[in-house]
Design a protein. Structure first.
Lengths: 175, 507
């Protein structure tokens, strides 16, 4: 996906998000879109095929997504603009915009061994305090870290792992 | 030197004790596209223009395009080590180079890493590559001469310390030769007046750079020279920063009150490297597909050549940029740009070169806009009108080819012109001291050659110099030092020339 496609995806996502005035509505509509994408996953190839006319594509959409008129309308717009293939990228941006509305940051916390509930909670709290937002963290394990934590959040990398410190020490000594 | 194990252990111990083990927090982004020495990075929201970023695997990059949803970076190393999805870290630093006296005599790449296999370089300071040139108050006018050791240049297009004199010409016309001769000539100059020389090779063949380094070493010129090399096989980003790196090294010495001579060989390839980067970064192309800021690329570099005021130590940085033209076309984009930025140009022509006039300087088109006031008074008095006389001669000679009859004055002018042209020829790697130049030029401009056959002129010069060096070294010493051509000095010159007249045997 090139830069202009990414930019287009972001614009569509922004427009979709802005159609919902309240947070609750935005959440509901985002959920609608995600479910719609899940349902349509099986037909993504025919939906992008030039051999099927857009009229037929829209018929399929309107029939399948009868209960979610908002999502259906949005996907119709995408079909008209020949941007259906951007749907997965748009979903990512919609999710991100929803997070912004809710004041949530996502974090990935990697540790050498699994963390206990209390440790996870402590990490979440510390990150929330650091960024002034509610942080929703995903916890992963990677034995190669040897110890310590490696956290990615808000475009920052906080690396306190033993492996990284050893690397730094190696750099320092071989300099 | 014997290795002392306890010393190494202690160094390691010290390093471990001093090691900062605090947690690293860095702003990061993700590589979304990489290729052709360019990477596009998602994230790095607060990155600044020209900031150095770290791609890992020992590859650094420079953030050049800050766009709506990504950052365009040029890579300073091999791009095959960087992959899509790699984490990119901000460093918060701009690109810089180690500088110091330890650099002298070394061959380095534009990041300051040694290329000559002589081990690590000990320096105490880092200087940013791209800084703003000293302002008006920091400077003083250019008024000291920089001797190139080439008769034709010192007499007709004199260069002053702190000047920017362009050397321009087609391939194979002796552009590099002039620069190298000027560097070698610094050996002839007393150490306190000698320039520290920096030769920046941009986009040249490795073999050419090796040859230059060997020549400089053979003539003992590496003692005061630094070579910064970014060869044709290096990434365009390194070619782009090479002149700035050389300039930063030079500026360090300049601010210490020393005189520095820097040769950028050549800026056409520099502009091409920048064009490559700009097009790959999808910046809009302009004339000859160069980006819109290619003038600024060179002007900000050459503006850094200067003569500092006394309060600032009086150091200087003289720049000799080189431009290669295609088919003698000086009206192409880059040549006109650099001509307009510099304080004059030495224009070399392939037709002159092929007809045996070396250095192949086109007298009519070469000019030094500030050098006149920086020319040595002795040389100036002798060769003051030489440039105009010679260009008049060339015009007349062209006219005389039609076989028309000429008056006596014109015939005299042609005869003198022929001899002077012959006299200004000079072999490569044979720069002359000021005194020798004065003696030879005096002989030419004061009619000592008029009775000598044109074919004998070079022999006359050779034998005159040999004679003076062997028997009249005292006069040469006086001429080397003389600040003015007064009667006394003139008498000394004529005595040598008259004495030589009796020794010289025409063919």
């Amino acid at each position: 996906m090139n830069s202009s496609q990414r930019m287009a995806a972001k614009r569509y996502a922004l427009a979709y998000d802005e159609t919902s005035p309240s947070l609750a509505q935005a959440q509901a509509r985002a959920q609608e879109l995600f479910s719609a994408v899940q349902i349509l996953a099986g037909v993504s190839v025919p939906m992008q095929s030039p051999r099927i006319s857009s009229v037929h594509k829209k018929l399929i959409i309107n029939e399948t997504l009868r209960d979610w008129p908002h999502a259906a309308a949005f996907i119709n717009v995408l079909i008209d603009a020949k941007r259906y293939h951007l749907l997965p990228e748009i979903c990512k941006w919609v999710d991100q915009l929803l997070d912004d509305r809710r004041g949530i940051s996502r974090a990935v916390v990697t540790s050498a061994k699994g963390l206990s509930q209390a440790q996870q909670e402590a990490a979440r709290k510390a990150l929330s305090a650091r960024y002034g937002k509610t942080v929703e963290a995903v916890f992963k394990t990677d034995p190669a870290l040897l110890g310590g934590l490696k956290i990615t959040c808000n475009g920052e990398l906080i690396d306190g792992s033993i492996a990284h410190r050893l690397e730094k020490l190696q750099e320092e000594i071989t300099k | 030197m014997a290795i002392r194990p306890e010393e190494i252990t202690s160094i390691i111990k010290e390093k471990i004790e001093k090691f900062d083990s605090s947690i690293d927090v860095s702003e990061v982004g993700t590589v979304i596209q990489v290729g052709d020495g360019i990477a596009r990075v998602y994230g790095l929201n607060n990155v600044k223009a020209s900031e150095l970023v770290d791609f890992g695997h020992g590859v650094k990059g420079m953030a050049l395009n800050l766009e709506y949803d990504n950052v365009g970076c040029v890579l300073m190393g091999p791009d095959h080590l960087v992959q899509e999805g790699d984490v990119v870290k901000r460093t918060g630093e701009v690109i810089s180079i180690p500088v110091g006296a330890g650099m002298i005599g070394r061959v380095v790449d534009p990041l300051g890493n040694p290329l000559d296999g002589k081990g690590a370089i000990k320096t105490d300071k880092n200087m940013p590559l791209d800084i703003v040139a000293p302002g008006i108050i920091d400077r003083q006018p250019v008024k000291q001469p920089l001797q190139t050791g080439l008769k034709a240049i010192d007499a007709m297009v004199p260069i002053g310390k702190g000047q920017r004199e362009l050397i321009i010409g087609d391939r194979q016309t002796g552009k590099t030769a002039i620069a190298i001769d000027t560097i070698i000539n610094q050996k002839n100059i007393p150490e306190n007046e000698r320039c520290i020389c920096i030769y920046v090779a941009v986009g040249q063949k490795q073999s050419t750079v090796a040859q230059v380094v060997k020549t400089l070493s053979d003539f003992g010129a590496m003692e005061y020279t630094i070579v910064v090399s970014a060869t044709a096989s290096d990434p365009a980003s390194l070619l782009y920063i090479a002149p700035y790196a050389g300039c930063a090294i030079g500026e360090y010495f300049m601010w210490q009150g020393k005189d520095v001579l820097i040769v950028y060989d050549d800026l056409s390839k520099h502009a091409q490297a920048y064009r490559q980067m700009s097009l790959l970064l999808r910046r809009p192309p302009g004339r000859e597909a160069y980006p819109g800021d290619v003038f600024y690329l060179h002007s900000r570099l050459l503006e850094r050549a200067c003569k500092l005021s006394k309060e600032n130590g009086g150091g200087s940085l003289t720049a000799l940029p080189i431009i290669e033209t295609q088919a003698n076309d000086v009206s192409a984009y880059i040549p006109t740009n650099v001509i307009s930025i510099t304080d004059g140009q030495i224009y070399l022509e392939s037709s002159l070169f092929l007809s045996g006039i070396k250095p192949a300087i086109n007298v009519g088109l070469s000019v030094s806009r500030v050098g006149g006031s920086a020319q040595r008074k002795t040389v100036r008095k002798i060769a003051g009108t030489l440039r105009i006389d010679l260009s008049q001669y060339q015009e007349l000679a062209g006219f005389a080819q039609f076989g028309s009859e000429l008056d006596k004055e014109s015939q005299r002018q042609i005869a003198r012109g022929k001899r002077m042209t012959e006299l200004l020829k000079q072999n490569q790697y044979a720069p002359l001291k000021v005194g020798e130049e004065v003696l030879v030029l005096y002989a030419g401009t004061h009619g000592y050659l008029d009775e000598i056959e044109v074919t004998d002129v070079l022999r006359y010069e050779k034998e005159l110099l040999a004679y003076a060096r062997a028997q009249k070294q005292d006069v040469l010493d006086v001429l080397n030092q003389a600040s003015e051509l007064n009667k006394e000095v003139e008498e000394k010159i004529t005595s040598v020339l008259d004495a030589f007249k009796t020794v010289f045997k025409p063919a």
